[in-house]
Design a protein around this ligand. Structure first.
Ligand code: F6R
Length: 243
């Protein structure tokens, strides 16, 4: 592990504050900055903190642009389990970010490859992602980039693994309702971000966190590619820290 800064905090709330500090700094330095966002349980304390900080006048999201990592294939933006809906409910509806300045891959697109290319083009038109937020799956997935023989490049469609479908069934009525495919920024898209902050909490993530930053770089552990990024900050709680 060469470049990664590691911040170990007591609990998820402290993780939220430490990660919010990075967003506050990035937005103060560049009010129209481009942030990459993630869904899942881990970022929720961060999103709560960002909402509180804008209400307290410490952050201004009115010029910020955001691009989300991923979306389920086949879910409409207003589907209760879509990632677009998640972002609206947990962040966007509570801050001053302009709707037209938020993008999430379109799970319902008829031509998925064309939509993926348009997604990449939009990020490029914005000047690239300044600060990318990542969580991590138990198998080392980032976005929906699952273990594979090679690191996938840009935004693309993926088939979800049984492990990911199982982990995500908690959000659906039954496992059969969990979509079997998704659209995700690729490893190349993620690695092109100028800065990356990964947030990890809970003892169940300890082993994959160790493999990610303290094991070999291997596409079977997609997150391990982050060892090659020049500006990664890992914020984890004591339960997740492997040492
Ligand atoms: C979601 C995403 C995923 C999650 C990962 C961990 O946008 O990118 O890679 O970060 O599945 O999810 P949680 O935080 O729910 O454990």
């Amino acid at each position: 592990m060469i470049h990664t800064r590691v911040i170990v905090v007591k609990n998820p709330d402290e993780m939220g504050k430490a990660a919010a500090d990075l967003f506050e700094t990035a937005i103060a330095a560049k009010p129209a900055c481009v942030i990459g966002l993630a869904t899942g349980s881990t970022p929720l304390p961060l999103y709560r903190e960002l909402i509180a900080r804008e209400k307290a006048g410490k952050i201004d999201f009115s010029r910020v642009r955001s691009a989300n990592l991923d979306e389920y294939k086949g879910l409409a933006p207003d589907h209760p389990q879509s990632y677009r809906k998640f972002m609206q409910e947990n962040l966007f509806d509570h801050i001053s970010i302009k709707p037209e300045n938020t993008i999430v891959p379109l799970g319902l697109a008829e031509d998925i490859p064309a939509m993926c290319q348009a997604y990449e083009d939009q990020i490029e038109d914005w000047g690239g992602v300044d600060l990318q937020l990542l969580g991590i799956g138990h198998d080392g997935h980032i976005g929906f980039n699952e273990p594979e023989d090679t690191f996938p490049g840009m935004t693309h469609e993926v088939k979800l693994t049984d492990m990911t479908i199982d982990a995500n069934k908690r959000f659906f009525d039954s496992i059969d309702d969990v979509p079997k495919a998704a659209v995700t920024m690729g490893i190349g898209t993620i690695m092109a971000a100028k800065k990356i902050v990964m947030v990890v909490t809970g003892a169940d993530k300890k082993e994959i966190l160790r493999k990610t930053f303290w094991g070999p770089v291997d596409p079977q552990v997609p997150s391990s590619i982050l060892q090659f990024h020049p500006d990664v900050t890992l914020i984890c709680d004591e339960a997740a820290y492997p040492f």
